[in-house]
Design a protein around this ligand. Structure first.
Ligand SMILES: *Cc1c(COP(=O)(O)O)cnc(C)c1O
Length: 326
């Protein structure tokens, strides 16, 4: 499948397929942010209130529900402990399709319990992420489980693209979208779907300076690994995959601009969401707000939609961040 093989029909089909597992999230106005930036309107897409606390359930549900009956019976496997692991576990729990999530011994127990409670079998194995990954490949082959990857899959991209259908149905005159960027499933889906509906819409990818793997890969013209540093936006860590096939080309072809956000800017964005909207959002979800607040993206007279991607926070860390501003 090439990038142009993803059409509006695929996104519409995804929306119908996942409707029972995914909620249509609110799209709320942010008048203060509009005032501060000179934008004509700014709206926030609250995927932080999505089932499981992040948008990833859209892609995971679309992938898993598209499997053949025989594949569904065998079950699925993944090795993410973050929002993708939660999403796969949730879909498995709600549909009765077996799911295995492989994690290393270093993953905190509460995360293991959470994924188990949602409905997945958690296999704890190995001293490192690499060993957990080796166990993932072993179990995949031994039990014939179907891998559900976090971003580089057309069904995942189409599932995340359903966010654009909702935003552009609620506000058809949006002309600028800001979207967090890591592996690129979210940005590829939102950008592709939005441009199919309105080719003139401007799509901005927002990366973190602590781990800009997609930006470096776009510059190089092929997937490159970057050194990862500590960040509040932990859901944006990680590479784009050495064999990336989908998200890199879709983003290259459909995204107009990119910005980089640093740690103090992420903190301000998280505080803004709490102070002005009573919303708890994770660092990764705050980068779009930060892109406006920092003035790194000009939105004067624009009609702006920002994706707030999730709300999985480590509570003590979250409190220490917002406390600084009080
Ligand atoms: C996964 C994730 C992202 C990034 O999505 P990609 O498809 O990897 O680019 C952003 N925010 C949150 C909360 C996430 O869980």
């Amino acid at each position: 499948m090439s990038t142009t093989d993803l059409y509006l029909d695929d996104i519409l089909r995804a929306a119908r397929r996942i409707a029972g597992l995914v909620r249509e999230t609110p799209f709320v106005e942010a008048p203060v942010l509009a005032d501060e930036t000179g934008a004509s309107t700014v709206c926030l897409k609250l995927e932080s209130l999505q089932n499981t606390g992040a948008f990833k359930v859209r892609g995971a549900a679309n992938r898993i529900l598209s499997l053949t009956p025989e594949e569904k019976k065998r079950g699925v496997i993944t090795f993410s402990t973050g929002n993708h692991g939660k999403a796969v576990a949730y879909v498995a729990g709600r549909t009765g399709i077996p799911a295995v999530v492989c994690v290393s011994e270093h993953v905190p127990l509460y995360r293991v319990e959470l994924i188990r409670a949602l409905g997945a079998e958690v296999v704890v194995k190995g001293d490192s992420q690499d060993e957990a990954e080796a166990e993932y490949f072993r179990l995949r082959d031994e039990r014939g489980l179907v891998p559900v990857v976090p971003f580089d899959d057309p069904y995942i991209v189409a599932g995340q693209g359903t966010i654009s259908l909702e935003m552009l149905t609620a506000a058809p005159d949006l002309d600028t979208l800001l979207v967090p960027l890591s592996g690129g499933g979210l940005l590829a889906g939102v950008a592709r779907a939005a441009k199919l509906i309105n080719p003139k819409i401007r799509v901005v990818g927002v990366s973190i300076s602590q781990s800009p793997a997609m930006l470096e890969s776009l510059k190089a013209g092929h997937p490159v690994a970057v050194e990862e540093k500590d960040t509040l936006a932990d859901s944006l860590l990680g590479g784009i995959g050495v064999e990336n096939r989908y998200t890199l080309p879709i983003i290259r072809d459909h995204v107009d601009e990119h910005v980089l956000i640093d740690e103090p800017e992420i903190e301000k964005g998280m505080y803004y969401a709490l102070a002005r909207h009573s919303l708890v959002i994770e660092g990764s979800a705050a980068v779009g707000i930060a892109a406006l607040q920092s003035g790194k993206v000009s939105v004067r007279d624009r009609k702006v939609g920002i994706v707030l991607s999730g709300s999985s926070v480590d509570l003590p860390l979250y409190l220490s961040v917002v406390q600084k501003f009080v």
